[in-house]
Write a protein that binds this ligand. Structure first.
Ligand code: UT7
Length: 335
């Protein structure tokens, strides 16, 4: 039987720069009341100009290394999940490797949009299955503020920047320290939903770009919010039901439910379909908005700070994002 991967070092880093709903009112046709009632978001973080996605990622990584007691030199793989890199090449993982001074390691980016952290857990599990001594630094880092059209009120109020990181290994890095085991992870995609949420290039009319071209509207987030909402609720609910069923658990066995933080109404809809009780639910989107792949690891880091990642705790994660992609994972903390 293969060892269940250890997960430790639950860390996050968000830019200090806060953009409140009131701040947005100054330059886009929106208001604090609409944003709070339709999304649950009060404020979000925005990386200042000059701060790279890889800077946020490296900070979150340093935190995870320190918290898990893992010497940076022992990391064998760096996996960055992101859909908002500053550049396509070099990868954000290579940039993080450079910032951490780590050479000759595997360093790759994975893009599964908001589902990235859940997908990244599976990618990391794959490395651990084939390499006994592997230690995987898994980072989710996003700067979606750079893909927002700040004149489009239907999208720009939703997103924020931030990063979270964990370390996965086949052995306990700090015996007696706080760590979970990855009991299950699954993720899936349906590429027919791409037209409902896309950004970063010419999705509907791809073609060559010349040096004199400027990106048009499609560089910025284009989303049919209502449709995405429905798919998100259905997919996350089903993914959680599968994971619970296949692990002989019911929702009542779960100590902490950490869904992707996109919209409070989506979280409540999934929660009510699964019968999640308020005390099981972790919500922090009021402070950060939708940080895409980073939302779950940022939430896990805050849950750790609040003492909610307790020995023995069963934690259910779920996410949904562009593609469409979705998934769920089960972490159980060692006693
Ligand atoms: O991370 C995974 C991907 N993303 C998501 O999961 C997001 C999924 N979707 C959502 O969260 C919601 O659909 C939104 C928050 C994006 C929109 O909420 P909604 O309740 O679906 O609103 P709506 O799009 O149906 O718009 C309702 C009204 C419209 O006005 P009319 O046409 O009824 O006059 C919009 O123009 O609200 C208007 N509106 C706004 N008003 C003030 C849309 N955005 C805003 C805004 N401020 N920021």
């Amino acid at each position: 039987m293969t060892t269940l991967p250890y997960v430790s070092g639950f860390s996050a880093h968000t830019p200090a720069n806060v953009l409140t709903n009131k701040d947005l009112e100054a330059f886009v046709d929106t208001n604090d009341e609409w944003i709070r009632t339709r999304t649950g978001i009060h404020e979000r973080r925005k990386a200042p100009d000059g701060v790279a996605n890889a800077d946020l990622a490296a900070e979150a990584a340093r935190g995870a290394l320190a918290l898990s007691g893992c010497p940076a030199e022992s990391i064998t793989h760096i996996v960055v999940v992101t859909c908002s890199p500053d550049v396509l090449c070099p990868s954000t993982a290579c940039q993080v490797a450079g910032r951490l001074g780590l050479r000759a390691r595997v360093a790759i980016d994975v893009n599964a949009a908001c589902t990235g952290f859940v997908s990244g857990l599976d990618v990391a599990r794959g490395f651990l299955a084939t390499q006994k001594k592997a230690r995987v630094l898994l980072i989710a880092s996003e700067t979606l503020s750079r893909f927002c059209d700040w004149a489009d009120r239907t999208t720009c109020v939703l997103f924020g920047d931030g990063a979270g990181a964990v370390i996965l290994s086949n052995e306990a890095i700090q015996p007696g320290g706080l760590h979970a085991r990855l009991h299950d992870v699954r993720h899936a995609a349906d590429g027919s939903g791409g037209d409902l949420l896309h950004f970063g290039g010419r999705y509907t009319n791809p073609g060559s770009i010349t040096p004199s071209d400027v990106f048009g509207k499609e560089y910025f987030i284009q989303m049919n919010g209502r449709e995405v909402f429905k798919h998100a609720v259905r997919s996350m609910t089903e993914a959680c039901q599968e994971v619970l069923h296949d692990n002989n658990l019911t929702i009542a066995d779960i100590d902490l439910f950490v869904p992707h933080q996109a919209n409070l109404r989506i979280i409540e809809a999934v929660g009510s379909r699964l019968n999640v009780k308020p005390e099981q639910l972790f919500i922090n989107l009021q402070k950060y908005g939708n940080t895409s792949a980073a939302s779950i690891p940022i939430a896990l880091a805050e849950a750790r700070e609040e003492g909610r990642l307790k020995p023995g705790a069963k934690v259910l994660l779920t996410s949904f994002g562009g593609g469409f992609t979705w998934g769920a994972a089960l972490l159980i903390f060692d006693e």
